[in-house]
Design a protein around this ligand. Sequence first.
Ligand code: MN
Length: 474
Amino acid sequence: MKTLIRNGRLVTDREVRKADLLLEDGKILKIADGITEQDPIAEGAELIDASGRFVLPGAVDIHTHMDLDVGIARVIDDFYTGTVAAACGGTTTIVDHMAFGPKGCPLSHQVKEYHRLADGNAVVDYGFHGVFQHVDDEILDEMAMLSREEGITSFKVYMTYDYMLDDLDLMKVLSRAAREKILIASHCENNGIVNYNRQRFVSEGKKAACWHPVSRPDLAEAEAVSRLLYLARAAGEAPVYIVHLSSQKGLLEVQRAREMHQKHFGTETCPQYLLLEDSFYDDPQEGLKALMAPPLRKAADREALWQALTDDVLDTVATDHCPFTFARQKQQGAEDFTKCPSGAPGVEERLILLYSEGVCKGRITLPQLVKYCCANPAKVAGLYPQKGALEEGADADLVILDPDREQTLTIGGMHGAGDYTCYEGMHVNGVITQVMLRGRTIVKDGAFTGLRGDGRYLKRKTSSICTEKGLYEG
Ligand code: MN
């Protein structure tokens, strides 16, 4: 089956150019200016006219939490509803961060559990990051085995929460990861700072949502980012990936490492840290909607993160999609913010927010949009150029975006199972009119047209962060 997309403006991480795209059997067969239905190569192709529209690679979100069970609550999106939302927002690949399993379980316990949750349900292609809960020789061997045999080439560590790793365990993981060329993603917040504050605030009766950001200050992030980057160097230039960077102080540590020519690391931020601020917590009820870790920061932090995207200092924008219902689940924190399940939705909003607030406002270019939302996430996850690229031989995952239309974001127009969006009522430029996964249309004019279970599990290759030149090779 062939499809010919004519007259679109193709956007890659390097350029915008007018060209036609011929798709065959789920792959991009040919990209050239002036392919027509009369060309023998395009014989029998279904025609899509993309005049006046941008054609982007399907977006890649390497930080989601579908069907996440955090003990006190389970997110409302499973791998079906969550990936339908992803698809409608132009995301055709996710790499999901797993929940913790039972205490002491091997890494493969959660891998098995996540196949059970995702296989036959996901509607976009998907992979998993593994997750560490404890460290010993067996677990480290298992990491290497899962990387080789299951294509799980990245694992997450937490520097706070119940299953945090201390510096000794981090060194063990990082040293082995450096040898095996496995990427270690890290949640960077200093556990002592955060827990000291939380305990103190609760004992002083400071339990409203507005105390949440104060309890997790930017210093806690900066300290952990700095420590992770130094530990990675001490472990032999271990490849690391900082998830959800939220603050200017954290960013300074990233810039310092760059200046010291540390090559094998990448840094992610999220739309919420670019678009929202801690005043969101002023209203104790509304604030629960954005109760997440790290928390929303100040205007100066937002501006610093945008500037870092303008200047190519950050590497990816992912969502940390982790939706709990406002009506019920988030209310667990109504009397005490420390009891609120932490996380917010966002998988559907990312691409259009970054287009409207980033590209249309002149903060990033169209190629940077593709770099941050498509190409670099694919490179970090070891999926490039199968994913995140518009080139011959790549998967025919495409987003067609109409820049001449606009829309107002509202929960009624969204496709996940959640009951709110943090961007309710926000006016944005651009509308995603069509999304294709491996050559098949899965979203058309705002409606999901794909099928449950059509997403494929992706055995991933080595992250580009682990390669000789790091992420920016070639
Ligand atoms: Mn997360």
